[in-house]
Design a protein around this ligand. Sequence first.
Ligand code: FAD
Ligand code: DHB
Length: 393
Amino acid sequence: SRTRVGVVGAGPAGLLLAALLRRAGVDCVVLESRERSYVERRQRAGVLEQSTVDALRGCGAAERLDREGLAHDGIELRWNRRAQRIDFPSLTGGRRVWVYAQTEVVKDLIAHDLTAGVPLAFGTPALAVTGADTDRPVVTYRHEGREQSLACDYVVGCDGFHGVVRTAVPASARTTYERRYPYSWLGVLADVPPSCDELIYAHSPRGFALHSLRSPTVSRLYLQVANGTDPADWSDERIWDELDARFAVEGDWRLRRGPLTQKSVLPMRGSVTEPMRHGSVFLAGDAAHIVPPTGAKGLNLAAGDVIELGRAFALRYADGTDRALAAYSDTRLRRIWRAQHFSYSLTTMLHTDPGDPDPGFGVRLQLARLDRIAASRAARAELAENYVGPATR
Ligand code: FAD
Ligand code: DHB
């Protein structure tokens, strides 16, 4: 079979790209190795930037987001038992973010794409991509036990960090820059109303903690843990006690406890593969880059990539120019490195470094950075601008 754009992976990047291409009248086929129910249940991110929300609205996939998504006008930072709110609208000219789980974005996009008639094949792993240096790249894939192939004008790898499309680019033509952080996150979902309307990012001598939410009745919490941690070593009670200790603050704030319904450990790393295009093959989302989750940028960068690609393909098929496609990699890499630096900066300001040879010095630097944020509107604006992301074009 053949199509114009072969999209590998039906995570947020592949699904949104398919919606954007469909709206622009550009044929595509989406291949996804997992089953639909698995893809819809994978617990991940929860914070959407304005530009991500605008893109979902633009392709008509935001009806439920507009009903159920929670607009957030700020976050709270905690350290030394004190709290500092960062108010987004007043620091960024009116911008804000939305809390709406990645699982829900994925469900909405799958329903939207299927209704729009996008060929979306679950249980269909791509095995290899050949012909990246030609104008007729081919994806071979397995469907119901049989190997088949899809000839395309272009292939876009939206197949995540462990995807195969990246390997279609010759090793000599790509470079991966990587940083591993010496800690992980233990993430839990709790059937209990959030203890605060806003996200709380806490620095403490015991390590980082984050309070987030999924809905008015479900809390999402994260704890810094050592790399290699087995979630089974963390009983519910140990998790709640540790969260209590790390969120400790002056005043009468209390963390609400409830049954934990999920526990998982996420290692923290940054990674960028350059360039994001080779011949007729493009990379987007986690297939090209990973950021540590502290700044909530992963999902938004993935969306930003495919918004740019959607525009570039629309132009390519409207008037034959591939100038926007040619600029894609450079345009996105500038944005990605900005987000990589922001994520690094927030991560290292808030996490305890177990390998620091002079931890007393390191902690005092962190506290100096946090005190600066409390003291300076300019420092708060710097954080807020990065957190809410770039204004929509
Ligand atoms: P993915 O969501 O990874 O989607 C890739 C898709 O490709 C998957 O459906 C996969 O099954 C499919 N695929 C892979 N190989 C093939 C193949 N060979 N053939 C066909 N299909 C294939 N970000 C935050 O901001 N906050 C968080 O708390 C957070 N938590 C995270 C927790 C985990 C465990 C992970 C992995 C990521 C987390 N992220 C978080 C990052 C964020 O979820 C990702 O940036 C986002 O999912 C990227 O979307 P994507 O579509 O590029 O990739
Ligand atoms: C969530 C995850 C993040 O990485 C973050 O910075 C904020 C919120 C979340 O899963 O809700």
